[in-house]
Design a protein around this ligand. Structure first.
Ligand code: CAA
Length: 258
C-alpha cells in the first residue's frame, strides 16, 4: 500500500492515510487501498476497533484529489464516486467499531470519510467542511446523504451551499463530531475510548451497530422488528450468559466471544 499504513495491536487497528504531497487527498489509488484495507479488516478476528486518522498535523484528509478530477469526464467522475461509496460503505457496515481521529483539515471527501465512521473525535485544531460546490461539483462521496442524517437537513444544506469551513467546536455543537480534545491527546483519547469498547461484548456491539445502521434507513416499525430479532440473537452467546451471571454474582465478567 503506497498511501495508507496499517498497524494492528491489542485488538485495535490504526489506519493512517499518508499522502504528504497533497495533504492526504483521496485519489483513486488511495480509495482502492482503503477499500481493500477495510475488506481485510472486516474479516479479522483480532481487530475489534478500527481507528482512522491522517498523517501529520495538517490534515485528516483534504478531500478528493482535485488534480485527478480536473480533467475527468462525467463517466469517470461517477466511477470515482462509486469507488468511494464502495470503500466508505464497507467501513460503515463493518462489524467492528470505527472511530475517526480527525487531526486537521477534513474537507470534502475527508469530512465524508469521517462521517462513514461510527464515532468522530476531533483535535481542537481540526477544520471540517464540504467545499465541493465551490469547485462546481457536489459532495459526492456520501456527503449529501450522511451529513443530513448526522446534523439535519437544514444544517447540511447550509454547509454544502455556503462551503463554510467550521472549527471543531462548531462541529461538536451541531453534532458532526462526538468530542473535541487537545491535539496532542487525540490518539490517546481515541485509544482510551477503544479500550472501553474492547471491554464489552463484541457480538452485542456488532448487533447494536447493525441495528442502528439499518434502522436509520427504514421506518420505525421495521427498525424495531430488526432490533427484536438482533436482541434475540444476542441471547445465543456464551458472553450474554457470563455477563449477566457475573452481574448477579457481583464479580467481573470473563468475556470470551471475540
Ligand atoms: N487535491 C489535490 N491537491 C491538493 C488538495 C486536494 N484536495 N488539497 C491540497 N492540495 C495540494 C495543493 O494544491 C498544494 O499543492 P502544491 O504544493 O503543489 O502547490 C499542496 O497540496 C498543499 O496545499 P496548500 O498549499 O493549499 O496548503 P494550505 O495549508 O495553504 O491549505 C488546505 C490546506 C486548506 C487543505 C487547502 O489545500 C485546500 O483548501 N485544499 C482543498 C480542499 C478541498 O476543496 N477539498 C474538497 C475536494 S473535492 C471533493 O472532496 C469531492 C468529493 O465530494 C469527494
Amino acid at each position: 500500500m503506497n498511501n495508507i499504513k496499517l498497524e494492528v495491536a491489542n485488538g485495535i487497528a490504526l489506519v493512517t492515510i499518508d499522502r504528504p504531497k497533497a495533504p492526504n487527498a483521496l485519489n483513486s489509488e488511495t480509495l482502492t487501498e482503503l477499500k481493500n484495507c477495510f475488506a481485510e479488516l472486516e474479516g479479522r478476528k483480532d481487530v475489534r476497533v478500527v481507528l482512522l486518522t491522517g498523517s501529520r498535523e495538517k490534515a485528516f484528509v483534504a478531500g478528493a484529489d482535485i488534480s485527478e478530477m480536473v480533467n475527468t469526464e462525467p463517466a469517470a467522475g461517477r466511477a470515482m464516486a462509486l469507488l468511494a461509496d464502495e470503500a466508505f460503505s464497507r467501513l460503515e457496515k463493518m462489524p467492528q467499531v470505527t472511530i475517526a481521529a480527525v487531526n486537521g483539515y477534513a474537507l470534502g471527501g475527508g469530512c465524508e470519510l469521517a462521517m462513514a465512521c461510527d464515532i468522530r473525535v476531533a483535535a481542537e485544531s481540526a477544520v471540517l467542511g464540504q467545499p465541493e460546490c465551490g469547485l462546481e461539483i457536489l459532495p459526492g462521496f456520501g456527503g449529501t446523504q450522511r451529513l443530513a442524517r448526522l446534523v439535519g437537513k437544514g444544517r447540511a444544506k447550509e454547509l454544502s451551499f455556503t462551503c463554510d469551513r467550521i472549527d471543531a467546536q462548531e462541529a461538536h455543537r451541531i453534532g458532526l463530531v462526538n468530542k473535541v480534545v487537545a491535539k496532542d491527546a487525540l490518539l490517546a483519547e481515541c485509544r482510551s475510548m477503544a479500550e472501553r469498547i474492547l471491554s464489552k461484548g463484541s457480538y452485542a456491539i456488532s448487533l447494536a451497530k447493525a441495528s442502528i445502521e439499518s434502522g436509520m434507513d427504514t421506518d420505525l416499525a421495521s427498525g424495531l422488528e430488526l432490533e427484536a430479532i438482533n436482541f434475540g440473537l444476542s441471547f445465543a452467546t456464551h458472553d450474554k450468559k457470563e455477563g449477566m451471571t457475573a452481574f448477579l454474582e457481583k464479580r467481573p465478567a470473563q468475556l470470551t466471544d471475540f
